[in-house]
Design a protein around this ligand. Structure first.
Ligand code: SAH
Length: 380
């Protein structure tokens, strides 16, 4: 039985066993357990967070992301404070409880500019404000928290320090280990009183099942308030995407060498970047961190437009982040191909999501949808 009494944590070998499971009937058990824990802890509400992608400028050269500084094919934009404020008002008018401001790691979004923007949004709309602006220094993070920002999203992407360094090279002059720096920032965010969100990509070339089991253990250790999990989607203007052998969406070559078709999966195999594996990680994240807010991500909906969003919500997720980015910028926020292609109006997108939520017997969340503490995440 997977649902355990509080205090009985899933062990690493149990997590691994589920990650390696391929039997559809057994997996039904995992989906059922995740859905049950979701219902018992965060309930039937699905929180809608209005996402505004405020700038695609970036100083980093991440091996996975289309916004990386070396991508000279991308037209860069930065929204004005007035524009962002107008779309935050739209989020409020649509009845969303939270606005998420996301960007590349853009020094042009100065401490002062973001501080003023957060203050204005809080004063005018009263919405919860989530920031996702990359690695910024503790002084900036403190100023934005002071101005009223409630939450911060910074995925650790993988808990394998070597793989992380490879996909997220340090900036010139950055001497600390990139993974330690990221963990340190997650600690700083918690100390500052932010609700802290992190997460991973599933199927990064070189990522093994064992490594993903460790990612899940790290979610639990960090006692995360929010956990974002999406499939890695190769982008041609990046190092990982350019080296991607098979851009059709099938798995990258196994990390441990070729696998015979009939050999069972093993801990050292390459994790596929597919819908099924992503759903396993979402479901396991719900089991290890029962109280966390977990989105059914846009990346999951991108690799499976017909079923991805619903599967995420039925297998542990309780949040959706509709894109409110103005259409003239949306296609330019191309962290991976296929994102930002929807030209639906915010109202139409909302209607579509509300219909989906109702069809699953769930209801839209009211209020800010912050993390509610019932039992400690560490007990899950
Ligand atoms: N610059 C900020 C926020 C923007 S990127 C940051 O790095 O935190 C937000 C998330 O998009 C990243 O954390 C990553 O998990 C995801 N992402 C980027 N490129 C991706 C790709 N090629 N495939 C799947 N997800 C990707």
């Amino acid at each position: 039985m997977i649902v355990k009494a509080p205090g009985q944590a899933l062990t690493r070998s149990e997590i691994l066993r589920w990650l390696l499971e391929t039997d559809a009937d057994r997996l039904e058990e995992l989906w059922g357990a995740a859905d049950e824990v979701r219902r018992a802890t965060v309930g039937d509400e699905v929180h809608l967070r209005g996402l505004i992608e405020i700038s695609n400028h970036c100083r980093r050269r991440c091996g996975y992301c289309g916004l990386q500084a070396g991508n000279s094919r991308l037209t860069r934009y930065r929204m004005s404070a007035e524009e962002v404020l107008a779309y935050a008002r739209l989020a409020r008018n649509l009845g969303y409880g939270t606005v998420v401001l996301q960007s590349g790691e853009d020094p042009g979004l100065t401490e002062r500019w973001v501080t003023n923007l957060v203050r204005h949004i809080k004063e005018e709309t009263g919405l919860a404000v989530t920031l996702s602006l990359g690695e910024r220094n503790p002084q900036e993070l403190a100023a934005w928290r002071e101005a009223g920002a409630d939450r911060y999203l910074l995925k650790f992407e993988t808990s394998d320090p070597e793989l992380f360094r490879h996909i997220h090279p340090p900036l010139p002059g950055e001497n600390s280990d990139p993974f330690q720096k990221r963990l340190g920032l997650l600690g700083t965010l918690g100390d500052l009183g932010y609700e802290v969100g992190s997460g991973i990509m599933v199927g990064i070339p070189g990522q093994t099942f064992l490594s993903v089991a460790r990612d899940l253990e790290l979610f639990r250790e960090l006692d995360l308030d929010m956990i974002g999990i999406g499939p890695f989607i190769p982008h041609p203007q990046t190092e990982l995407g350019a080296n991607w052998a098979n851009p059709s969406g099938t798995p990258a070559p196994p990390a441990s060498g070729p696998r015979a078709a009939n050999r069972p999966l093993s801990a050292s195999d390459q994790v596929p970047n597919d819908e099924l594996t992503t759903c396993k990680v979402v479901a396991l994240a719900r089991l290890v961190c029962p109280e966390a807010n977990i989105p059914s991500t846009t990346a999951l909906a991108t690799i499976d437009p017909a079923g991805g969003r619903a599967h995420g919500l039925q297998r542990g997720a309780n949040v959706v982040m509709p894109d409110l980015t103005p259409l003239q910028y949306r296609a330019l926020y191309e962290i991976y191909p296929g994102k930002g292609l929807s030209t639906a109006s915010p109202e139409a997108e909302q209607a579509r999501l509300l219909a989906l939520i109702a069809s699953m017997g769930r209801r839209p969340g009211l209020g800010a949808g912050e993390r509610i503490r019932r039992v400690s995440c560490a007990a899950g």
